[in-house]
Design a protein around this ligand. Structure first.
Ligand SMILES: [Zn+2]
Length: 393
């Protein structure tokens, strides 16, 4: 929930109070109105008013009672399991992966819609088709409260803008507004890796206060979790590890799809690895990385990529001092030999003095994990409050 209002506005206070109540229920699972009142500091009457409104809108359910010594049992509230759905989308160059989530972040439906790639008009059509498929399976009365879309590339979350996506071959696409016009519900647009990070953060799957999350797939992304929140930078595009410079001399500069040369993306993303294999005259097979690591050219390309990637992540870790570094490899890219190389390069590059090296955890992400995170972007708006106060005019 981002509210742009003058301080003291009644609307602003109401929205903040609703998010506080929703967040208290999310944290407790099931909770009484009295506990909500003591936790939030809102008066019992205000809590009764807000919870009544949230129940009417289908956000909260009454679920069970607590016996009390005073006779009348206390009724407990929980997040509604039915009625309201958030949709998460992972948009790749040839497929739309869609999931429907309930308010507790459970995946209740999935659908995969192939598309041809190309223009953003085609993408909007394919996303609409995927959502129609999910909606056709909704129970009577169920409704969509928002759609989150994860896109590979440089995304300005606050503007809903895909600034650059190499895999989609897009520049400056105002995807949020295009989708909002078509679908008529609130839309969130974010990078794969920020969506993935939010999926880990929102329902406390992980206690991540200060962490770097690095996504390694068709392209490379990094999410900076600082103080338990995703840090987005002044222009909304923080975490640009992919386009940091790692090739300075020789190696013909390695042209990148961003227009620069020598980016990490050209060395260690799937796109970069495949481009390098082509340059060396190797036969490229999309399944090559996991199945044929004994191939000498591939082995050499992966070893170099692993050394560079591990070092780049260690450099980023030095700057931000995270307690944890989590790298998520796309399933098709995960070869144990390569992962070991990344791990070795990370710890070698990080080792400098007697300070401990942060934990490096390596996980495999499937397409659903990014779509799930995109759905969590919608749900986060119900629980979190970011107040941007407009300057007085
Ligand atoms: Zn680049």
């Amino acid at each position: 929930l981002t509210v742009r209002q003058r301080p003291g506005s009644k609307q602003l206070i109401r929205e903040i109070n609703e998010a506080l109540v929703m967040d208290t229920v999310r944290r407790h699972g099931t909770v009484s109105r009295a506990t909500i009142s003591t936790t939030t500091g809102l008066s019992p009457a205000t809590v009764t008013g807000i919870t009544g409104k949230l129940r009417e809108a289908g956000y909260l359910d009454e679920s069970g009672t607590l016996p009390t010594s005073a006779g009348r049992p206390t009724r407990l509230l929980s997040l509604s399991k039915t009625g309201v759905r958030a949709i998460g989308i992972r948009l790749s160059a040839n497929v739309v992966d869609a999931v429907a989530l309930n308010l507790s972040g459970d995946v209740v439906m999935v659908h995969t819609e192939p598309w041809q790639g190309g223009s953003h008009e085609n993408a909007v059509d394919a996303i609409e088709l995927a959502i129609s498929n999910l909606r056709s399976r909704f129970a009577h009365g169920e409704r969509v409260i928002g759609v989150g879309v994860a896109v590979s590339g440089i995304v300005d979350h606050s503007l809903g803008l895909v600034a650059h996506s190499g895999s989609l071959d897009w520049e400056e696409v105002q995807l949020r507004d295009l989708l909002a016009d078509r679908l008529g519900v609130p839309i969130e647009i974010d990078s794969y890796v920020n969506a993935f990070a939010l999926g880990l953060l929102l329902f406390n799957q992980r206690t991540l206060r200060d962490a770097l999350i690095v996504n390694v797939g068709a392209s490379i992304g990094m999410s900076l979790v600082i103080g338990g929140r995703i840090y987005r930078g002044a222009d909304g595009t923080a975490g640009g590890l992919a386009h940091t410079q790692v090739v300075l001399t020789g190696d013909d500069g390695r042209p990148c799809h961003c227009g620069n040369t020598g980016c990490l993306e050209t060395v260690a993303s799937q796109w970069g690895i495949e481009s390098e294999l082509v340059r060396r005259g190797a036969v490229v097979n999309p399944e090559l990385l996991v199945s044929q690591t004994s191939d000498p050219v591939l082995g050499d390309v992966l070893a170099h990529a692993g050394d560079v990637l591990g070092r780049a992540v260690a450099n980023a870790a030095r700057m931000f001092g995270p307690s944890q570094v989590l790298m998520a490899f796309a399933g098709g890219l995960r070869s144990e030999r390569w992962v070991d190389r990344v791990r070795d390069a990370f710890s070698t590059a990080y080792m400098h003095d007697n300070r401990p090296t942060p934990d490096l955890e390596i996980v495999t992400a499937d397409n659903t994990s990014w779509a799930y995170g995109a759905g969590c972007e919608v749900l986060a708006g119900l629980f979190h409050v970011d107040v941007e106060v407009e300057p007085a005019s």
